[in-house]
Write a protein that binds this ligand. Structure first.
Ligand SMILES: NC(=O)c1ccc[n+]([C@@H]2O[C@H](COP(=O)([O-])OP(=O)(O)OC[C@H]3O[C@@H](n4cnc5c(N)ncnc54)[C@H](O)[C@@H]3O)[C@@H](O)[C@H]2O)c1
Length: 478
């Protein structure tokens, strides 16, 4: 063979290898990327135990300090004035006038004035340092929740913190480790699990009315256009501007997780998130705030974010987040089981297989069929028959005190009731973790081409210890 031909062949082969080998290496690297994507689970520090079914010593009086008195916080102060066995010891907000207006709530309710903390970003630490507080109740912006919760627990206080309890995985693990180490409760203030339809439907589910629940849905669909300009320092817009993922999943997810016994016999296992581009908020920023379009359209949070989750026991959950489309308010809330179905929005309804509904003295029972919703009078009768004992006890007072129709009052009442009776709280630190992690994990999924992401076992091995979600009661009917 001619020497020129040989060198031509060799050169051509070199060129092919130059392109081919890196391409093969990239392909192999892609193949070896772990799917689902795993996040780091820090080992439980030596000497620490989980907080499953944890009950702290009973408190005769729950002495509380509130941090964050913006749009949400003062309502909690007011609700607490209706709860027996509490003492409101201290109030804190960066703004003195907000503390003053919550002092007025106390005065009007016939309570003594509380110690006041304001005027700096750090005054809340002095509140946490006090010896005469048992519970720190945090209603500040999302960005401050975790540091305040951790510090308060380190000062020996139980913590109740607004939703979401934490915004990234480091914060979540820090809260779990601090709660386990200090043996202090850290409950997230997820009020929607106490809404009347959700409570009653949970009770129906626990009596087996829907058979085995295989699928649940939830959402936060709420056009916040009227609210954007009222958050202190624009914190909510800022967070949404920077981060994709369902940043406010807890209202939709909480009630579904309770019905699916998450970390009480099942656990969330794999998650996939997908979002639309964002249009309405960038347009709002351009039109209402004069933000240049090229900047406004760097907005990260999708207009509609969908997250789907598969559980260890083969169930699915679908969660949505949309805070800017012109849509009616909805938390979706659906449960779909082997024997029945429940939905709350846009109109509440149940569909049941005969003979699931065994109502005495209720007309048209033979008309029940899972092909359509039960008639309205039967839905009402079912909700009466299966009214959750907590709702039966508190409904009238809850409606009178209010707070999203009464559910906020039931949440606060139950928190104090469990602390005073030395019972496990209705929501533990792992609920906080599971319901708050969706934003951070969804973001990983979205940023990796909607890849599946493993939901960490925040209990670190304890998710199957407790069988079935139940509210703790002093006696079965109290
Ligand atoms: N569960 C619900 O239904 C519900 C409803 C609304 C809001 N929220 C939650 O409540 C929280 C507060 O929301 P909001 O609408 O009241 O916001 P907001 O901006 O009106 O109020 C936040 C308050 O926290 C104060 N604050 C912030 N940093 C502070 C610090 N370092 N020290 C002392 N005070 C500080 C601010 O001054 C402000 O008054 C958020 O987590 C939100 O998600 C829950």
């Amino acid at each position: 063979m001619n020497i020129n031909v040989v060198s031509l062949i060799l050169n051509t082969m070199k060129k092919v290898y130059k392109i081919f080998i890196p391409a093969v290496l990239v392909f192999l690297a892609a193949c070896t990327t772990s799917i689902p994507i795993e996040t780091k689970i820090p080992p439980r520090p030596a000497g620490q135990e989980d907080m499953l079914a944890f009950a702290a010593p009973a408190l005769d009086t729950v002495r509380v300090g509130f941090i964050g008195l913006g749009m949400r916080g003062p309502g909690a102060v007011r609700r607490f004035t209706h709860i027996p066995g509490i003492q409101i010891v201290a109030l804190c907000d960066k703004h003195e006038e907000r503390v003053d207006s919550s002092q007025n709530i106390l005065i009007n309710a016939g309570f003594p004035q509380a110690a006041a903390y304001s005027g700096s970003d750090h005054a809340w630490k002095e509140l946490c340092d006090r010896e005469d507080i048992d519970l720190v109740y945090i209603a500040t912006d999302w960005q401050t929740h975790a540091q305040m919760a951790v510090y308060a627990m380190e000062q020996g206080k139980h913590v109740a913190v607004e939703v979401p309890g934490a915004m990234d995985l480091d914060e979540i693990w820090n809260i779990i480790n601090t709660s386990e180490k200090t043996r202090k409760h850290c409950m997230m203030l997820e009020n929607c699990v106490y809404d009347f339809f959700e409570l009653t439907t949970l009770y129906m589910a626990q009596q087996g009315l829907f058979g085995e629940i295989l699928h649940g849905e939830g959402a936060y669909i709420h056009n916040l256009e009227d609210f954007w300009d009222h958050y202190e320092g624009d914190w909510r817009m800022e967070f949404n501007r920077k981060f994709s993922g369902d940043v406010y999943a807890t209202h939709g997810l909480g009630p579904v997780c309770q019905a699916l016994d998450i970390h009480r016999g099942d656990k969330m296992d794999i998650l996939v998130a997908m979002d639309t581009k964002s249009v309405n908020i960038p347009e709002f920023l351009i039109q209402k705030r004069g933000v240049p379009p090229e900047e406004a359209y760097t907005f990260e949070n999708g207009q509609n974010t969908m997250t789907i989750i598969r559980t260890q026991n083969g169930k699915t959950i679908h969660i949505q987040h949309d805070v800017s489309s012109p849509r009616p308010y909805s938390r979706m809330y659906q449960l779909s089981g082997t024997k029945g179905f429940a939905t709350k929005y846009p109109v509440p309804g149940y569909a049941l297989e005969i003979p699931q509904a065994t109502l005495e003295g209720t007309p048209n029972l033979e008309n029940l069929s899972a092909h359509r919703f039960v008639p309205e009078e039967i839905r009402r009768a079912l909700m009466e028959q299966y009214k959750h004992p907590i709702q039966a006890e508190l409904e009238e007072q809850a409606k009178m005190v209010g707070g999203h129709g009464g559910m906020d009052f039931i949440m606060d009442y139950r928190l104090v009731y469990c602390l005073r009776n030395g019972l496990p709280l209705d929501m533990d630190v792992y609920d906080l973790a599971e319901w708050s992690c969706i934003g951070a994990l969804g973001r990983i999924s979205i940023e990796n081409g909607n890849a599946p992401v493993r939901v960490p076992d925040f209990t670190r091995g304890g998710w199957n210890k407790i069988q079935g979600y139940r509210h703790a009661m002093v006696s079965p009917t109290s």
